[in-house]
Structure formats: C-alpha cells, structure tokens
Design a protein around this ligand. Structure first.
Ligand code: GLN
Length: 433
C-alpha cells in the first residue's frame, strides 16, 4: 500500500485507542529514511518527547502544543539510517509524568489488550501502538518505569537500557539523571534489534558511555539458554505485590524458569520500600529545574499557566524542596537514600546473574477512575523505580494474564549487562511463555 493510504488507515484504526498524537501525514520522514538497513520495512512510533525533525514534539502538553522539532534526536537519526520508517509521534503522560497515560493533554490512550483499562505510562501510546499492531517497534523513555510499566499492562516487551548506553540527545528531559530511551516491541528479538541501532557512544550527550558500536550487537547474540542461570528473587517482592492474581502469575513464572533449568536464589532488599519516596524527591527537584525554560518566551506557553495537576504538583514541590533552607532536609537525604538503594541492589546481585521480579504490583485501573491521592498512582512504580535510581538495565516480558489483563515479569541486570537481561527475557519468552 502506498504510504499516504497506510497513514490514513492508521488514523482510522487509532480513533478508539488514541495511541498517536500526530501521524506523519506528509511523509517527511520517508524522504530522510534510508531504503536499506536492519530496520528496513519496519514501521516505528516515537514517544512525543523525542525530537523528530518536522514533527510535533509536544510531550503531550499544552505548553509545547506548537513545538515542531527542528532536528533529529541521535536515536532518530540512527533509526532513519537503518531504514526504520517513523510513522508518527505517540501519546504519553504530560511531560512523562504519570503511570497511566491519563495525564496527556490529548486525552487518554486505551489498552488494546484490556479495553477500558489504562495502558500504563508514561509511554502509553508507544506500548498501545505496538500492542495494536499499528507499528513494529516503538521508542519510549523510562525515568521510573515508563517503558516497562505500559509494556506490562499491554502485554508487550519493553526494555530500559543501562543509563548512558543510549544517547539522550534530543530527548526532552523529565529528570536527567534517571531518563533513558529504550524500545517497546512485540517480542524480545525486535526490542534487541532496535537496541542494536540506538545504543552506543554519542559525543553530543555528556552522560553517554564510551561504548563502541561493535559492542552493541544484542540481537545477533541473543541466547535463550536458562540452564545454569542464577536468578535472584527477594521476599520483599511478595510483601509489596498488591494483587494475588499477579503473585500467582509471578510464582508460576518462577516455577517455569526453574523447570527450564534456572536456579532461583533468595535475595534480600530490605530498603525496597524506600525507593518510591527517594525517586519522587529526586524527580521533583530535577523536573522543576528542567521546566524552568518553559517561561513562555521561547516555547509556546508558560508551563504553570497551562499544565495539568500532576505536572504542577511536581513543579511546586520541586521548587519548595530546591529552596536553600530545605535542600539539606529533603534533597540531600534523597541523594543519600539513592546511594543506599544502589548499593543494596549491587550487593544483592553479587551472587546472581540477574534479579527477576514483578513489573507492576497491581493491575491497571479503569480509565477515568477518580483518584484523589497521587500516591495511589505512584504505587505502580514500586518495582521499576529502584532500577533507575541505580542506573541498571531492565526489561519486562509478558508473564501471563489476570482476569484477561496482561501482566509482566521484570528482569534486572548489572550495569552494562544488558545482553544478559535480554537473554533471560528471551529465554522466558521462548521456554516459559
Ligand atoms: N510513573 C513515574 C513517574 O510518574 C515514571 C515516569 C517515567 O518513567 N517517565 O514519575
């Protein structure tokens, strides 16, 4: 089918799901995309906080409603070079602040595999577009779970690389020290293929690690072998899972992994319950600073005048905590707690290959449910945020369903052991699915 017709069809099909904010109707990307490459023939969705030249990068906000990107993010440049066809910009929570997709200025996204329920967030549209079969692969960003959480709710694969493995140049910051771009795909192979393309050193990003392209051949090296792998599982996970159905799915997954030859090793993470407050304090401060440029002069609107409730909450709390007299009281403590969590994870991983855990502690709620207390939404992030605080690689793979709703198994690795994480995800997908 010719491109324009394909996009028209996509627009029709997406009416109910609302996974895209904008589709590339002009085909501007087609012209700048190579005809050959490892992504040739694949269609791609990009989260609306990653710059694609000529397309709106709104961050699903009113603040940036007219913000057309003037350059390609490094990851986008790489995708085009390898022939991946970017068809549009995916819906998301406003400025990536959320875990449900409902804070988007462009309306919520539906969950294609559990209609009427949230698809998770903040990369809601990226996961929903993949789950609907609208695209082959999507890019999301993950600051505290935003790739893995929607992947879990939508029944697809999501991968957050080691911090610094993928360039953040052209990603609109939420919280710089935690943000990482990564793939969402229907299977681990496609996720790994995208990682091959986007990983590697970028001199334009000061936090980019010095990893050469030759060390980014994840898809070719994928090894589903589970025999002999040591997988850590913490008793604290069971205490924090809020849904018995999810607990059952996860323990079932552990049984399958051990039947396939893996060894489940008990580990302990006594400070796991500190991850959420630590994460949110860090995020408030960094997000506040990231949003100071939206003062209405350079980009569209002044953020405080037009943003939603959650974004405003973060700005106000970030401003409060950043004030000098309070910084020692909250922020410094949050930084200390961050290193406690990082050390605890690294200690726990000494005797295992990877950690396995649930991705989310509870099932998605119905779209539009009135939730007064933000901590109810924050609670979705309990198992994903520690990973970002420690800069580790982690992914989510579909583990089963609870009452028809998908839920994921999370695999967490040591820094730069992204390959091992992908291998275990792939092993689970192949041998235990
Ligand atoms: N739900 C988390 C938050 O709202 C994670 C967001 C993200 O990873 N971008 O901060």
């Amino acid at each position: 089918m010719e491109y324009a017709a394909k996009v028209r069809e996509l627009r029709e099909e997406d009416r109910e799901i609302n996974s895209f904010i904008v589709l590339d109707t002009t085909g501007v990307n087609q012209q700048s995309t190579a005809k050959k490459g490892v992504l040739a023939g694949k269609s791609i969705a990009i989260k609306s906080n990653i710059c694609v030249e000529g397309l709106l990068a709104t961050c699903a906000s009113k603040t940036l409603e007219n913000h057309i990107a003037t350059f390609d993010a490094t990851v986008v440049e790489a995708i085009k070079k390898e022939g991946g066809l970017i068809v549009g910009m995916a819906n998301m929570d406003e400025f990536a602040c959320g875990a449900s997709g409902e804070t988007s200025y462009y309306g919520p996204t539906d969950n294609p595999n559990a209609k009427g329920f949230i698809p998770g967030g903040s990369s809601s549209g990226s996961a929903a577009a993949v789950a609907s079969g609208f695209v082959d692969i999507a890019l999301g960003s993950d600051t505290g779970g935003s790739i893995r959480n929607p992947a879990s709710h939508c029944g697809v694969v999501g991968f957050k690389p080691t911090y610094g493995l993928v360039s953040r140049y052209g990603l609109i910051d939420m919280a710089m020290s935690l943000d990482q771009i990564g793939p969402i795909a229907r299977d681990v192979e496609n996720a790994a293929l995208m990682l091959d393309v986007i990983a590697g050193h970028d001199s334009k990003d000061g936090t980019s690690l010095k990893i050469g392209k030759e060390d980014c051949q994840f898809s070719r090296k994928l090894n589903p072998k589970l025999k002999g792998r040591k997988l850590g599982y913490a008793a604290e996970f069971d205490r924090l899972i809020a849904d018995n159905g999810i607990k059952k799915v996860i323990h079932n997954a552990l049984d399958k992994l051990s039947n396939a030859g893996a060894e489940i090793v008990e580990i302990s993470l006594p400070n796991l319950d500190k991850a959420l407050p630590t994460y949110y304090l860090n995020v408030y401060v960094e997000f506040f600073s990231a949003t100071r440029k939206y003062d209405g002069r350079r980009y569209g609107h002044k953020i405080e005048d037009v943003c939603g409730e959650e974004v405003l909450r973060r700005i106000l709390l970030g401003s409060y905590i950043s004030q000098k007299e309070y910084s020692g009281r909250y922020y410094r403590k949050a930084l200390q707690a961050r290193s406690v969590i990082r050390n605890e994870l690294s200690e726990a991983m000494k005797n295992v290959d990877v950690i396995v855990s649930p991705t989310v502690p509870k099932l998605p709620h119905k779209i539009g449910t009135k939730i007064e207390d933000p901590r109810v939404i924050y609670a979705y992030d309990i198992f994903t945020t520690p990973v970002n605080l420690a800069g580790l690689p982690a992914g989510s793979v579909p583990a089963g369903k609870v009452g028809g709703i998908p839920t994921g198994l999370q695999v967490i690795g040591k820094p730069l052991e992204d390959q091992k994480v992908l291998d275990v995800l792939h092993g689970f997908e192949k041998n235990c699915g």
